[in-house]
Design a protein around this ligand. Structure first.
Ligand SMILES: CC1=C(CCC(=O)O)c2cc3nc(cc4[nH]c(cc5[nH]c(cc1n2)c(C)c5CCC(=O)O)c(CCC(=O)O)c4C)C(CCC(=O)O)=C3C
Ligand SMILES: [Fe+2]
Length: 375
């Protein structure tokens, strides 16, 4: 990793996330923000609302982001990196537009952006770039001089992301009863998305048959499974499965669903499963509800021992990875060659999303990519 401390040209980092409700009164307005113009069936919204109400109307995501902010500030301070860190969300306060306005008023001119989504996809990448473009358009209309925003590359294969998850799988395996541990399978899980969105995820060259979204997840799953085998000497069979499907039933989404997968594995005599939520950066509601509540209940009903391994969250190795990504991009922007850390078969991801990367169904302006209307 880079041990340089010069963030030039960057003068601030923006943590860009999804946002979530912080109490019962926030739940419906939050869901309205999330689903504006996206045709999510009302039935699904009521169901998702229930998931939040079960937890007092509070999503875990905001506290997870506050913890990550703390970890980033500590890591930067401990390593002499003088770079203020701000936080803004797509769907709930602190809203991206408000944060970007504050950053602009504070005099920041060149902003590195870390999105809390590690992989390519419309929801996890381009939609954040659209949100940045919308925020810039608002500030421009207010007469502010716009800062330049650069989104940091995908970090799904960065050692600071993969390492803590591998350790989490080892802990989850160790926590299983000894008599089922050896035979346990690993179920790597991520957010299901429409197959049409998966097939067009990533740069055009990666489109087709699951696209970059599926390929990147498979790469991470394989690395973790290999590292676990190297550590334990046991080959744990694994599969990539999906969760949190929404949308109309006749539209194909990525499958199999985690609950169907648990049932199928149990039926074929698998003694235990570790669910590994590689698609999520921290313990989002999808992890607490869809895995820890729903899938865990399904497993209990089947009599199948399961464990859910940890997400990366505010792990200091992840904070270090973010520092590495900032310094790597800063060096690149200064024209200095930088080491680009990446494990696995795919190599480091691009800095600038090329034209046609993760296209939206209805094209809209997106910042921080080759097709950005902003400088
Ligand atoms: C790929 C992906 C990620 C991972 C990348 C990333 O992290 O960005 C992600 C993250 C998240 N998704 C979240 C919540 C929701 N996602 C929804 C809907 C959808 N997600 C989709 C995809 C993704 N979503 C899609 C294709 C839809 C349907 C249509 C649409 O809207 O595009 C809906 C509406 C109801 C429903 O359909 O479930 C909700 C409430 C939260 C917050 C959780 C919390 O509170 O802790 C987080 C982190
Ligand atoms: Fe989502």
């Amino acid at each position: 990793m880079s041990d340089d401390r010069d963030p030039t040209p960057y003068d601030a980092l923006l943590l860009l996330s999804f946002g979530g409700p912080e109490g019962p009164d926030d739940v419906v307005p939050f869901l309205e923000n999330v689903t504006r113009g996206r045709g999510i069936p009302t039935e699904r919204l009521k169901e998702v609302g229930q998931h939040y109400f079960l937890f007092g109307g509070v999503s875990p995501i905001n506290d997870q982001n506050r913890a990550l902010l703390g970890a980033l500030r500590k890591d930067f301070a401990d390593h002499g990196l003088d770079l203020p860190v701000y936080w803004g969300n797509r769907n709930w306060a602190p809203y991206l537009t408000d944060t970007l306005r504050e950053m602009t008023r504070d005099g920041h001119r060149r902003i590195a952006v870390l999105a809390t989504s590690a992989y390519a996809s419309y929801s996890g990448c381009r939609q954040y770039r659209e949100n940045l473009a919308d925020a810039l358009a608002t500030l421009e209309a207010e007469g502010l001089e716009l800062p330049r925003v650069d989104k940091l590359r995908h970090y799904f294969n960065h050692p600071g992301f993969v390492g803590p998850m591998t350790e989490g799988v080892l802990r989850a395996l160790a926590d299983l009863p000894a008599e089922v541990r050896e035979g346990a399978h690993l179920a790597f899980t991520t957010h299901s998305i429409p197959t049409a969105a998966a097939d067009t995820s990533g740069p055009v060259a990666d489109h087709g048959d699951g696209g970059a979204y599926v390929r990147q997840h498979l790469d991470v799953a394989r690395q973790i499974a290999d590292a676990v085998r190297a550590e334990t000497g046991t080959e744990h069979p694994w599969e990539l499965v999906y969760q949190s499907r929404s949308g109309a039933p006749h539209i194909p989404w990525l499958e199999p669903d985690i609950c169907d997968h648990l049932e199928e594995r149990h039926g074929s005599g698998v003694p235990a499963v570790v669910m590994v939520p590689i698609g999520f950066v921290s313990d989002h509601m999808e992890v607490l509800y869809d895995l820890d509540t729903e899938a865990t209940a399904k497993a209990a009903e089947l009599g199948l021992p399961v464990r859910r391994s940890a997400t990366v969250g505010a792990d200091p190795r992840f904070a270090e990875a973010v520092r590495d990504l900032v310094l790597e991009r800063a060096a690149t922007e200064r024209g200095v060659p930088a080491e680009r850390c990446a494990l696995g078969a795919l190599g480091p991801s691009h800095d600038l999303c090329p034209i046609g990367c993760c296209p939206a169904r209805a094209p809209r302006p997106a910042a921080a990519g080759a097709d950005s209307p902003y400088a």
